[in-house]
Design a protein. Structure first.
Length: 265
């Protein structure tokens, strides 16, 4: 697994060549909105350095954290060639320092042109490819590409899966659901492969969280069916991510934690 993705060796210092004394550092995909945005706020308040990745450039008005513009990598995770360059860029920003967490949060859930659910009968091939690139392949390539840095930090990987990975959903499509089921399985596989190197790998599976990814009618239709009678907030998800990246979870690996107000009970 080590060294199988990303560009070849350079003059950069080897990870762990520099003592692990600075702030804890995290790479977070999909930081520009929703769950990712809340996650940056929470971790930044706790003193973490966060290297963010998303398609949009850094937005100073919406993102008040200090080092934001310096630590933002603009990348389309749908493009695996661009991803190799992004990994190179992340390594350069780390400059030999260890990585303590990788949160694979970016995700897409495409709908049909009229906003309807894309089923196994109606999902275009290009949509299957895009969904699996962003939701599934990018997490594998990032974890593989940043293996040395994660090992040096005795770090943790958290993959953001979904409630729809294990049950059919009225709005989320088939490509999205299967990509999240695959990501849950990948979490188990990676936890097994990386544990001997001191890297923990877990997943969180949100239910209905109030962000742009929800269909407009989700809250109105589904909240009454959720035992807690409401959708969740991005910060409620960020807090579970924080737990998994903290020493409080030091013996937790290969798990998928569900955050859904009891929706699956
Ligand atoms: N909200 C929910 O109810 C819910 C439920 C279950 C699971 N989830 C999962 O939680 C994660 C975050 O979802 P969210 O609700 O916060 O979604 P969101 O508000 O739509 O945000 C998605 C994030 O992913 C980034 N992104 C999308 N496509 C990308 C690409 N090709 N390359 C790089 N970045 C990309 C977006 O940034 P740019 O647009 O700047 O690229 C954005 O920051 C996703 O994995 C989602 O599947 C959410």
């Amino acid at each position: 697994m080590p060294g199988t993705a990303g560009p070849g060796p350079s003059a950069r210092p080897e990870p762990a060549a520099i003592a692990d004394t600075g702030p804890k550092t995290m790479v977070l995909t999909g930081a520009s909105r929703g769950i990712g945005h809340a996650t940056v706020r929470l971790f930044a308040e706790s003193g973490w350095r966060i290297i963010t990745c998303s398609r949009q450039p850094f937005n100073r008005d919406r993102c008040p954290w200090e080092e934001g513009p310096d630590d933002h990598v603009q990348v389309d995770l749908n493009d695996h060639r661009a991803l190799a360059l992004a990994i190179h860029d992340i390594k350069a920003r780390l400059a030999g320092r260890p990585l303590h967490a990788l949160i694979n949060n970016a995700g897409i859930s495409p709908k049909s042109e009229d906003g309807g659910r894309l089923s196994s009968l109606t999902t275009p091939v290009a949509t299957w490819m895009e969904v699996f690139h962003v939701n599934f392949l990018a997490p594998v390539l990032l974890a593989r590409g940043l293996f040395d840095e994660l090992k040096a930090g005795q770090g943790t990987v958290v993959n953001v899966t979904s409630i729809v990975g294990s049950r059919v959903h009225p709005f989320a499509g088939t490509a999205y659901a299967t990509s999240k089921a695959a990501l849950a399985c990948l979490t188990r596989e990676m936890a097994h492969d990386l544990a001997p190197h001191g890297i923990r790998v877990n997943a969180i599976a949100p239910g209905e969280i109030k962000t742009d990814i929800l269909s407009p009618e989700t809250e109105e239709r589904l909240a009454p069916l959720i035992p807690m009678r409401r959708v969740g907030s991005p910060m409620e998800v960020a807090k579970v991510l924080y737990f998994l990246c903290s020493d409080a979870a030091s013996y937790v690996t290969g798990e998928e934690i569900h955050i859904n107000g009891g929706q699956t009970l």
